[in-house]
Ligand binder design. Sequence first.
Ligand code: Z15
Length: 792
Amino acid sequence: DFGERKGQAERMLGLMDVFLKNDPISLQKDILHHVEYTVARSRFSFDDFEAYQALAHSVRDRLIERWHDTLIHFKKEDPKRVYFLSLEFLMGRSLSNIVINLGIRDQFADALSQLGFDFEVLAEQEGDACLGNGGLARLSACQMDSLATLDYPAVGYGLRYQYGLFRQVIVDGFQHEQPDYWLNFGNPWEIERIHITYPVKFYGTVTDEFLNGEKCKVWVPGEMVEAVAYDNPIPGYGTRNTINLRLWAAKPSDQHDMESFNTGDYVDAVVNRQRAESISSILYPDDRSYQVALQLNDTHPSLAIAEVMRVLLDEEHLSWHRAWDIICKIFSFTTHTVSPEGLEKIPVDLLGNLLPRHLQIIYDINFNFVEELKKMIGLDYDRLTRMSIVEEGAVKNIRMANLSVICSHTVNGVSRLHSELLRTKLFKDFYDLWPHKFQYKTNGVTQRRWIVVSNPSLCALISKWLGTEAWIRDIDLLIGLRDYATNAELHQEWKMVKKVNKIRLAEYIEAMSGLKVSLDAMFDVQTKRIHEYKRQLLNILGIIHRYDCIKNMDKNDRKKVVPRVCIIGGKAAPGYEIAKKVIKLCHAVAEKINNDNDIGDLLKLVFIPDYNVSVAEMVIPGADLSQHLSTAGHEASGTGSMKFLMNGCLLLATADGSTIEMVEEIGQDNVFLFGAKAHEVVALRKKGPTLKVPLQFSRVVRMIRDGHFGFEDYFKSLCDKIEGTSDYFLLGADFMSYLEAQAAADKAFVDEERWTKMSILSAAGSGRFSSDRTIQEYAENTWDIQPCRCPF
Ligand code: Z15
């Protein structure tokens, strides 16, 4: 319909050549307009939050212009598009990111200061959009930014949860979860599309019917829910392109359970209608859920396969052959896990009840697959059983990973090591059958969020030394910093930037906990979801060891100790007992150390509560050292490390996930590596009880057991988990190597010049870990799509 309206559109353009202007007066008029008419406060009296709202609406107007233009441009050019399906998007705050990508941050900041407001202060009024758990969810957000920036015709699809990830509150050192009412204060970044709705059917029965003499399946659902679209425009940087992230909310449909209304049970019927909304009401707070049942609406959207198949068969009336052909061409699958328990399964009974037609289709897919497989590999029943989509047993399950591999043309891992593990372990049977399907795309993060937005001083410094801002779109240029790795002037400026960021972090720590920390200390950070395999416990044991060593030192030796501020942060899944105990242990140890006057500034331990995107934006730039301690072979990729690296923070890490590739980029000398390698881990586990653990390790565990930090009964199960044969994640085996790496970090830190050089080289070598590179590889090797750039 754009063609038909063209005449009209041209007339409109004649009336106003540019819709919204960005000079200071226009911006101020716009902000005040929104204060008066959108926020409905007097333009003579409004507070910071109201100013933020008005500002956000002024930005939103500009965003919407570009978004419309992009959508029209895509429609006109009609390129092949990619639809990015994810159940989680961890967007964080939007304002700064949006104005920077639109290229109008400074204009807005100037306009605001003339009105007596500070842009940064207003930006902090915004709450985080936490529609996801951890790495996987933030990856989706970074990739949307890259898709928009690189002009790819992409659409993101997800769910608009009414409650985001729980807010973590610490009471007496224990984690408590509180609901995240993120929509209560309005959300200026979304556009409600009340007319874009789709019916979603549940339950009911499938019958055979005849249509035009042909047999077909008809699904008569028992319940209907309406999906309503909410669009979230995502602007690219240095381009007019602004793509769409469409999040769906569940609303009861008019036809939802009409029967109860008719039978007169009005109150019950209304209550029942509210059940419909519950589908998108809450994000399931488990980062990697092992037991799976469908109603939890788990991390994988692979049911979409059966749904597309259903639409093609039952609504478009395609033959099975044609529908299947389409499926095999359109789906590609990325997996983010290394453990077999991480693979999603859905009980057949549950699926058959909730989505009977989908189950039927999955069975049909499986039947065809197994028949084909028999022709290829013969009657190797063990292998047929392993590869089947249906898992037989006491409880019959659908293996969603097998479904995804079978129906996708490409299976991607998220790092080279991960892909290797997929090919040799997790999906070996499938790899032997279809080696061509298996690829990998090492993850990346967006430098727009993780340098430009969160570390403006570093951003300015990099641009100054590279003589250009082009690296913000073209990350490969970052390597140019290497030329100045020993330049004394850059060293001075580099240290200043780190100092500014450490001050910001120190102020936050003091405001939050009352603890004063020394800026001369090494800021040593481990922030990520709490998980046994990520080994926050190893970090805490190391801290106890350090504390114990300092206690036993004389005055002279103490002078040689490198002061440290150890910072730990992250949420534990509400039902994950061990992870919660780790949080409590961290607080118990912190209580002891921080109140020991004998220790002073030599060692401090801080737990930062409610770690989320905004907190990360403040913590990461202020870190000197960051720890990534996963037992080798367990972290599929890891993306936090990439953000730290970009910010010139040194890594202390195991050879796991993407870290291996990071070491290749920045050189072994610039990372503190430790621990068993992935291929050694299996052998170490086999040693079991004969495995020797160092005395130092037994000593610190004993300190916990003996009640040095109180709560010895509560911590007993934690200690039991890491001693003897039950030390699955090999804390004991890696302990000495860990302490050596820590000692190496101390040694490097006292040599300021060496440390600064390592820091510069870390940032300079981080270019490969931009999500721009990841997305470009996906576009070229998996999706086969081309950029489609909207004219300015
Ligand atoms: C999640 O955040 C990740 C994997 C999962 O299977 C689930 Cl359910 C959630 C993480 C990986 O643990 C991490 O190594 C990786 O960097 C990230 O996904 C993005 O690929």
